[in-house]
Design a protein around this ligand. Structure first.
Ligand SMILES: [Zn+2]
Length: 201
């Protein structure tokens, strides 16, 4: 019963996720059933985040967008949580959608586009990597990309990814999203896989 989730557009992100579709259950285990099943809405949140946009020709750009989210509270234990659109993470600037796009960008052909880390950094920040962010060989090395590769199981808990070195895990991740598929389809698959892991908190 998984519903495919196309990559939201920046305009989609400006509208809060549907309150009933994203309403979480509280970690305390309480399941209040009256007047609502699950946690209660407690207002909106807004954040500025980097987001992948794919042009008709398949070219990736990263734009900074305002993303609306929702806050919920538990009437039993008082816990509050935030929920964002699929493809975002409430506790981190970079959501799984932009991470998938950047990992695809730097992964070797045919898994990805074979661009270097400096290209990925420039796409997001509009400036080159700092001189300190270089491998011993002198090639650009954006440490965030390595950090995300260590977090794949947390970003996409619904995917059973193999253990192994970062290259193995990266290739398995991108293969799960459609090896050789157009970037737009890869990102649709990445957002759908993220959504299967539960609400984006
Ligand atoms: Zn609770």
């Amino acid at each position: 019963m998984t519903t495919p989730r196309p990559l939201p557009t920046p305009a989609d992100l400006a509208i809060p996720p549907d309150i009933d579709a994203c309403r979480p259950l509280c970690a305390c285990g309480a399941v209040p059933v009256f007047p609502l099943v699950g946690m209660h809405g407690d207002g909106l949140t807004h954040r500025v985040v980097p987001w992948p946009v794919v042009a008709d020709a398949g070219v990736l750009s990263v734009t900074w967008v305002v993303a609306a989210g929702r806050r919920f509270w538990c009437p039993v234990c008082g816990t509050t949580v935030r929920v964002a659109h699929a493809g975002l993470r409430c506790g981190a600037l970079y959501g799984s959608a932009v991470i998938a796009a950047l990992l695809h960008l730097v992964a070797a052909v045919p898994f990805g586009q074979g661009r270097d880390d400096g290209h990925a950094h420039h796409l997001v920040h509009g400036r080159p990597l700092p001189a300190s962010e270089r491998a011993r060989s002198g090639s650009p090395r954006w440490s965030s990309l390595r950090c995300w590769l260590r977090e794949l199981a947390r970003l996409w808990p619904a995917l059973a990814l193999p253990s192994g070195d970062s290259r193995t895990r990266l290739h398995a991740l991108l293969a799960a999203f459609g090896l050789g598929a157009p970037l737009r389809e890869v990102l649709d698959a990445a957002v759908s896989a993220h959504a299967r892991g539960g609400p984006a908190m």
